[in-house]
Write a protein that binds this ligand. Structure first.
Ligand SMILES: [Zn+2]
Length: 244
């Protein structure tokens, strides 16, 4: 009998690792109106989920692509029907559009102008999309531009600086942004490591002191604070040299 109970518990634990809801039921929604770059947009979704653990879903919508970010936001009014904490819309705006990212906060919409950040190098381009997605969501969550050049919310002026800033947010921006995302009802997906840690804590009422727990704790910190060891070095930080 005990064997079956253990087996049942194991199935529960494994079953829960794919998606564990933390109260909320609203994803971040991506809408690709550009008809291009879907692979890179999917990569950005994965990046965002890894960094913030917010659930991202690609969503279809019957809206034409506009030539400017503002016109796009206006065209979306009343057309978005599915609930989300943030709607991220990808377009190729016309050559007169100078903005990379446009926020329509009341609509919970961020328009990313792919034409403004596109470059031949797919890796660089993909990372620019990652940064715009992070910026769009965190600004919609009420965060302001951040003075930390390692933070994706750093106020950059051109694509060269955009390539230098972090793809992730710094810890205060991450925690503040996640806090409001949760309050707005975001779906937070727990990582297998966090679930394992929850399980460890549940099974040991004493403070975790074993080496294994400390290791898991350390990894959790890295996940929660989103240290981006993949990022190029940020401006004014000679100690963090990474070959690109
Ligand atoms: Zn920051």
């Amino acid at each position: 009998m005990r064997k079956w109970i253990i087996l049942f518990m194991l199935v529960c634990v494994i079953g829960c690792t794919t998606r564990s809801l933390d109260a909320g039921d609203k994803p971040v929604r991506f809408y690709n109106l550009s008809g291009q770059d879907q692979e890179l947009i999917d990569q950005a979704a994965k990046f965002l989920m890894r960094h913030t653990q917010m659930q991202v879903e690609n969503t279809e919508i019957d809206v034409k692509q506009e030539a400017s970010n503002k016109a796009q936001a206006a065209a979306l009014k009343g057309k978005i029907t599915k609930p989300a904490i943030a709607h991220i819309v990808f377009i190729n705006a016309g050559p007169n559009e100078r903005e990379h990212l446009h926020l329509a906060a009341q609509q919970h919409v961020a328009v990313v102008n792919l034409a403004g950040i596109r470059t031949k190098d797919a890796k660089t381009y993909g990372r620019r999309i990652d940064r715009q997605v992070t910026r769009g969501i965190f600004f919609l969550m009420g965060r302001s531009p951040c003075p930390n050049p390692y933070c994706a919310l750093f106020d950059y002026k051109d694509n060269a600086t955009l390539d230098q800033i972090g793809r992730n947010t710094c810890p205060p921006c991450l925690l503040g942004g996640l806090d409001s995302a949760k309050k707005k009802g975001a779906i937070i997906v727990k990582t297998p490591l966090q679930l394992k840690l929850d399980e460890t804590r549940k099974n040991s009422p004493m403070p975790a002191t074993s080496r294994a727990s400390k290791e898991a704790e350390g990894k959790l910190q890295i996940l929660r604070f989103g240290v981006d060891d993949d990022s190029p070095s940020a401006p004014k930080a000679p100690e963090k040299k990474k070959a690109e």
